[in-house]
Design a protein around this ligand. Sequence first.
Ligand code: ZN
Length: 279
Amino acid sequence: METTERLPSSDFVLYERDDRVAVITLNRPDVANAQNMELLDQLDAAWTRAASDDEVRVIILQANGKHFSSGHDLKGTSIARDGEKLTLARVYEAEARRYLGYSLSWRNVPKPSIAAVQGVCIAGGLLLCWPCDLIIAADNARFSDPVVHMGIGGVEYHGHTWEWGPRKAKEMLFTGRSMTALEAERLGMVNRVVPLQDLRTETMALAREIAEMHPFALRQAKRAVNQTLDVQGFYAAIQAVFDIHQTGHGHALSEAGYPVLMRLEGMKQQLKADRPTPD
Ligand code: ZN
């Protein structure tokens, strides 16, 4: 690496620059890169740095450890400040900013980005890789959104229908099961599947290849594709489904006084099958 820098007070995310490629690394491997609010804020700071550095042409998002991300850290979540009542307004505000807002803003960074995914990518993990323009999956990668088990109709950023098509999106949501890397490649959700040991080198090789292209042309190519999706309704649908998601939190709050229903046995079984063993 030509330049290795640590973001100010960043414990959970590393930022490096290798020539014209910014490499952002999730660095909470002891909990399979579960996302607490601090990690998300640090991740957003890393994206902002990469976006604003004129030397950076391509952005890689990768993860240290066995797994890309096990999703939102349900234990470490700090939506409710100490002693404060957990209301739907509080949940909505926190999730609109950090789950929906961050993912949309990463999607719209006017530079190509590539996610490198290994191991599990569960629920909130999808909110980190889906905003990237390209996804390279290791052969052991698995993607899932099991939050229907928690009484909610899917994670906050509804990429499902766009990424998987309506039928597969429904199947994945209805069952909560995980999708293999090969299945994801077949559906066009990932660009390619590579052996785990080659994940980083293959991702960097692709990033370097893209970095040779004219940056303004890359920016316009990305805009062409994203704008086409937006004209088809991507942006409006993402906003609308975020509000549908919030009705799930509202329902759980009214039923259980907590924004998710954690009592279902199926979730435990799913997590047993999908949850990572810590490093
Ligand atoms: Zn939520």
